[in-house]
Structure formats: C-alpha cells, structure tokens
Ligand binder design. Structure first.
Ligand code: AMP
Length: 202
C-alpha cells in the first residue's frame, strides 16, 4: 500500500501514521524526522536543514527529492510506504508521480485553534512517543523534550506555509481520484478508525 498523510502541522499525521504503518506493515517515512536526525548528527545536510526549519520555511525541493529517492531504494519500501510531510509542493508531487503509483492521499482536516494547542503542548519522549501537556500529559518520570519549531511564532509561519501550498496539492490529487478527507478534530481512536475504513476499502 502506498499512501500519503497530509494535514497541517499538528493535525496528527505523525501519531496516526505510526498506527497505519503497524497495521499495514509499511514503513512510515517522515521527511521532517529524517531532517531532524540529520540536524541531531550535525551533518552538512543537517546544518542546511536547520537554517530553514528554525524559521518554519520549506527546504528547497531538490534537497527533499534527493532524500526521498534514496529512502525509497531501501528494501522495506518494496511492499509500500506511508509518507508524512511529503510532498509539500507541486514539484515534489510531480516527481513522486514519476516514481510511485500512489493509492491514497489522506487529508486530516483540523481547526487552527486546536492545532496551535496541540503544537504548543506537544512533548516527545526519548523513545519517540508523542504526549501533550493539555490533552495527554507525559507520566511522571518520563523524560520529554519540545521540538525547536513548536513555538507559537514559528507555528503560525508553518501554518501559513501549509495553507499556501495545500490547495494546489489537494487539486492535484483530487484530479487523480485518490484524495480522501478525514475530520482530524476528534479523539485519536475515532480518527484512526475512519482512516482504516478508507484504507481497507482501497
Ligand atoms: P514536519 O516535521 O513535517 O512538520 O517538518 C518540519 C520541517 O522540516 C518543515 O517546517 C520544513 O522546514 C522541513 N520539511 C519537512 N518535510 C519537507 C518537505 N517535504 N519539503 C520541504 N521542507 C520540508
């Protein structure tokens, strides 16, 4: 199964993607996670990535396309994959089209005020579990950190960038009849169930 999870930052893409990846046994490919790993390792790519990520801007398409092409060559992608945070531009979508036969694009639609609460409250444990200080606080003793770009000013810029680029992408995938919208405002289980209903039907 070859899927894209689309949605504004904080819509819950990462959280749901992990469950989808488990259920359908496909790798969860998050370009944001790949870039954060490079930043952590302080590689040349990481240094470049940080300069864009710190201000909530998108990296140049050529860099992202190179990363994705390399990732898709790995053996675990043979049976399919789930993209999270990619494609973010029409150029990225067009490139993906030449190397993949996508089956579904799931768009998690969320209200902005909820998104801001989810992102400002998001905390991540060292083993990658996502918590939220408002809705799902980390248990006492669990060491968590906050992403550098999860502060209100940068979140507003990331949301602006998302909405600027989302409409053309939505039109692109609607034309291909593989675009599905899911209400992402509900509880985790309900949203996930609705996503599974769509994916089980394709
Ligand atoms: P995310 O974790 O998906 O919210 O991504 C965090 C940041 O990484 C974004 O704000 C961008 O700076 C960068 N990034 C991730 N994916 C892409 C992409 N497909 N195209 C360009 N920049 C990206």
């Amino acid at each position: 199964m070859k899927i894209i999870m689309m949605g504004a930052p904080g819509a819950g893409k990462g959280t749901h993607a992990k469950e989808i990846s488990k259920k359908y046994c496909i790798p969860h490919i998050s370009t944001g996670d790949i870039l954060r790993e490079e930043v952590q390792k302080n590689t040349d790519l990481g240094k470049t990535a940080k300069s864009y990520m710190d201000i909530g801007k998108l990296l140049p398409d050529d860099i992202i396309i190179k990363i994705v092409k390399k990732r898709l060559q790995k053996d675990d992608c043979k049976k399919g994959y789930l993209f999270d945070g990619f494609p973010r531009t029409i150029r990225q979508a067009e490139l993906l089209d030449t190397i993949s036969d996508l089956e579904a694009v799931i768009y998690l639609k969320c209200q902005d005020d909820l998104i801001i609460k989810r992102l400002t409250g998001r905390r991540i444990s060292r083993d990658g579990k996502i918590y939220n200080i408002y809705f799902d606080p980390p248990p006492p003793g669990v060491d968590v950190y906050q992403r550098d770009d999860d502060n209100e000013e940068i979140i507003k810029e990331r949301l602006k960038v998302f909405y600027d680029t989302f409409t053309p992408l939505m039109d692109f995938y609607k034309k291909k009849n593989i675009f599905f919208e899911v209400n992402g405002d509900g509880g985790r289980e309900v949203v996930l169930e609705n996503i599974f209903k769509i994916l089980d039907g394709i």
